[in-house]
Design a protein around this ligand. Structure first.
Ligand code: NDP
Length: 452
């Protein structure tokens, strides 16, 4: 029996930390987990979960209008922000309690408070010190606010869910996941939304056709999407906030959301008391086994860089616990990780973009399809779905699938299994479609793009 307090001390009860703690405890380890904010971390409290609830809320506005083409009519539609916000709070509290119960259920010791490293085997929370054989840093990320005068008047994704007042006019800074999702949410809820992106085309890193299609469709929904534009300053005005922009214009809004990326959450962690090293991006440097330069300190999830996605952190937490406490040598397979942007309509993507595939495989064949979703033939909504397959010529393997359209996230999850299994275009072609669905288009695209 070790004379240390715990076998594992986890810092941060987010997706990766909780999963690692629960599994390690399940393998019989004596586990402690410290959290100073809220159980479940970003995903549960100010990320994926409340975001998806707000996406559902924001879709109703358009659905009421769509329904008229199908013969429905109802009274005047009205949206109440406080109802949504407070119902969301109730649901998140329920989830916080479930997380706590799950940890209690495996006899993990939950320590409410901010943890800091004292040395390679000691963690302090408040004035108490705890020793552990292994320490896991799973502190995640934190929203980054660009440096401009008045930036303290802007909010981030940490605050935007709980605004006291609904912003009738919202300015969104950024062109990544969070910016695009919130521009869609507030636009759908009835805000007048302006979104600024500093480069020529937003959603950098996504397939070029998806980026162009997304710009077209998002503009159609009413978001004032401005590329090559950024904020230079923000000040209070009698009517709200005035933002100055790089094109010299000024715009009055009720709130500004900075969605300019996230940084590893390391403040006050005490890394300087250990040999833990950082990468050039400021994330914690780890090897394939999640081990830092300090051999008994490990790190995983957003704090280590990589794909900042809950399912990735969960997979890493499981692999870590299995390896360190279960004697199972499991690694995380980072190939073909599917992802979705819950824009309106959704973007779903898995595998290589066209540009990446060209670099990786040389000769590729593309299949593309753009069509009006069946529902909107009667609803009258002006929205187009886009789908794209990328095939490696040498092997016929499908190496990239991209979609923007209703339920793209749901559809691409299934397609990702096919890609991981090495499906070829011939496999796609021999798969019978489900009719009538949008997804069947993926198994009926016969003509390569560019061929007559
Ligand atoms: P992203 O990195 O996706 O996007 C950041 C955006 O901010 C980019 O458009 C970037 O522009 C822009 N930006 C960066 N610095 C500045 C600046 N100084 N001024 C103006 N614009 C700037 O970060 P997010 O915050 O959107 O999300 C963080 C991560 O969280 C995502 O990468 C994703 O992994 C994860 N996430 C996943 C979701 C999902 O799965 N649905 C939902 C939300 C988040 P540029 O492209 O020029 O660098």
């Amino acid at each position: 029996m070790s004379d240390l307090d715990f076998d594992l001390f986890v810092i941060g009860a987010g997706s990766g930390g909780v999963r690692a703690a629960r599994m390690a405890a399940g393998f019989g380890a004596r586990v402690a987990i410290a959290e100073d904010r809220y159980m479940g971390g970003t995903c549960v409290n100010v990320g994926c979960v409340p975001k998806k609830l707000y996406v559902y809320a924001s879709e109703y506005g358009k659905s009421f209008t769509d329904a008229q083409g199908f013969g429905w009519s109802s009274g005047e539609k009205r949206f109440d922000w406080a109802t949504l916000r407070d119902n969301k709070k109730t649901e998140i509290s329920r989830l916080n309690a479930i997380y706590r119960r799950l940890l209690d259920g495996v006899d993990a010791t939950i320590i409410d408070g901010r943890a800091r490293l004292i040395d390679a085997k000691t963690v302090a929370v408040g004035d108490k010190h705890y020793t552990a054989r292994k320490i896991l840093i799973a502190t995640g990320g934190w929203p980054y606010k660009p440096d401009f005068p008045g930036n303290e008047l802007a909010v981030t994704s940490n605050e935007v869910f709980d605004l006291d007042e609904f912003p009738k006019r919202l300015l969104v800074i950024g062109g990544g996941y969070i910016a695009v999702e919130f521009a869609g949410i507030f636009n759908g809820l009835g805000s007048q939304v302006t979104q600024l992106y500093r480069g020529p085309l937003f959603l950098r890193g996504f397939d070029s056709d998806i980026r162009a299609h997304a710009a077209q469709e998002i503009r159609k929904t009413g978001v004032d999407l401005r590329m090559e534009t950024n904020i230079t300053g923000l000040e209070r005005s009698s009517g709200g906030l005035i933002a100055s922009l790089t094109d010299g214009s000024r715009i009055e809004v009720d709130a500004v959301l900075c969605a300019a990326g996230r940084r590893p959450h390391l403040e006050g962690l005490g890394l300087e008391k250990t040999a833990v090293k950082l990468t050039s991006h400021g994330t914690i440097e780890i090897n394939d086994e999640f081990q830092t330069a300090e051999p008994n300190i490990y790190a995983l999830g957003d704090v280590t860089g990589g794909m900042e996605l809950t399912p990735v952190a969960l997979a890493e937490g499981m692999a870590f616990a299995r390896r360190e406490f279960g004697g199972l040598n499991k690694i995380v397979d980072y190939d073909f990780i599917p992802t979705a942007v819950f824009s309106q309509p959704n973007i779903g993507t898995v595998g290589f973009t066209e540009g990446e595939a060209q670099m990786e495989f040389g000769e590729i064949t593309l299949y593309k399809s753009t069509f009006r979703p069946m529902k909107h033939t009667i609803s009258g909504r002006d929205e187009k779905t886009f789908m794209k397959l990328i095939v490696e010529d040498a092997t016929d393997r499908v190496v990239g699938v991209h979609m923007m359209g209703p339920d793209a996230g749901e559809i691409i999850q299934g397609i990702a299994i096919a890609l991981k299994a090495g499906a070829t275009k011939a496999t796609f072609d021999s798969t019978i479609g489900i009719h009538p669905t949008a997804a069947e288009e993926f198994v009926t695209m016969r003509e390569p793009w560019g061929d007559d």
